[in-house]
Design a protein around this ligand. Structure first.
Ligand code: BEZ
Ligand code: FE
Length: 309
């Protein structure tokens, strides 16, 4: 046994006042044997303590806050993740997304996966419709290319597409829609092109029945997301892009309750008053078209775990 092993570990000083709590907690965590965990938990404690020292909550306020956090767990189940929703409406999810995907290498900017992604969407042919049940509303033709950051087309890229209906509901929220309505997977051709037919999405409110809804109400915030189409664009040898292409008014974009709408991913949705069956088959006027090219950066493809079945 070495001399060191026999040396008694010095005891930390006892708490004397509000300023001595933070160093005591940091000292207690000092032996964390994972350096990154140590870095994260140390910063967390420093910032949480600074927050408490700034806000100086009463005991009632503190308990109210803890009950609000516990309610996030109680409202989390197979169809709703209130913890993620809280992170979303506080801007945390978009901040983490931007830190990890800033578009700095010329790739298309990403956006949140959201809680409504489902795996196993049906494979579709070029130009096929993802409106599987009768889904009333103006038609949409969405086309574009998948390119690398130098502008070269990527053949065989996969686009996993999903969206809300013209009344703002995803298939799994709406008994009137068939299973996998407004969801589909498309592959790009040799020129990197893809196209699909759909209906124009509408904006929708995030779930407001839990503690997040109460917070939004107290903050007098509208719970709405602007209309958008979700995409997961993947290709061998390229980093998977998770994004949304937006179609809405400036006011709706600027007040996205989860801060997900970014300038670079607003689509140019054009209204057509005349049919054009050669170019846009099976679309009755008035309908909309949007053309958007996605750019992928080199990297390893990864795939998200669907938050719902
Ligand atoms: C969505 O786009 O589907 C979404 C994202 C974050 C929170 C709620 C919905
Ligand atoms: Fe969405």
């Amino acid at each position: 046994m070495s001399a060191n092993a026999l040396a008694p570990t010095p005891l930390p000083p006892l708490i004397e006042d509000e300023r001595s709590v933070t160093p005591a907690v940091l000292a207690a965590m000092a032996n964390t044997d994972n350096a990154r965990l140590q870095e994260i938990t140390t910063a967390l404690v420093r910032h949480l303590h600074a927050f408490i020292l700034e806000v100086r909550p009463t005991e009632d306020e503190y308990e109210f806050g803890l009950r609000w956090i516990a309610a996030l767990g109680h409202h989390t189940n197979e169809t709703n993740n209130e913890v993620v929703l809280a992170a979303d409406v506080l801007g945390l999810s978009t901040l983490v997304d931007l830190l990890n995907n800033d578009g700095g290498r010329g790739e298309t900017m990403s956006a949140l996966l959201g809680p409504f992604y489902r795996g196993n969407a049906p494979d579709c042919a070029h130009g096929e419709s993802i409106a599987r049940s009768t889904t009333p509303g103006p038609g949409l033709w969405f086309e574009g290319r998948v390119l690398d950051v130098d502008g070269a087309p990527i053949e065989g890229a996969t686009l996993d597409v999903w969206q809300a209906s013209p009344v703002g509901l995803y298939d799994n929220q709406d008994a009137a829609q068939d299973d996998y309505n407004l969801r589909g997977k498309f592959a790009t051709d040799a020129a990197g092109r893809f196209a699909f037919r759909s209906v124009k999405p509408a904006g929708y409110p995030v779930p407001t029945g839990g503690p997040v809804g109460k917070l939004l109400h107290a903050q007098m915030r509208r719970p709405y997301r602007p209309a958008h189409v979700h995409f997961i664009v993947s290709a061998p040898g390229h980093k998977t892009l998770i994004t949304q292409i937006f179609s809405d008014t400036d006011a709706a974009l600027a007040t996205d309750v989860v801060f997900g709408a970014k300038k670079a991913i607003v689509g140019d949705f054009r209204e057509h008053q005349e049919a054009d069956p050669d170019r846009y088959p099976d679309l009755e006027p008035p309908f909309f078209t949007c053309s958007y090219d996605f750019r992928l950066v080199k990297g390893a493809p990864t795939f998200p775990v669907p938050p719902i079945a």
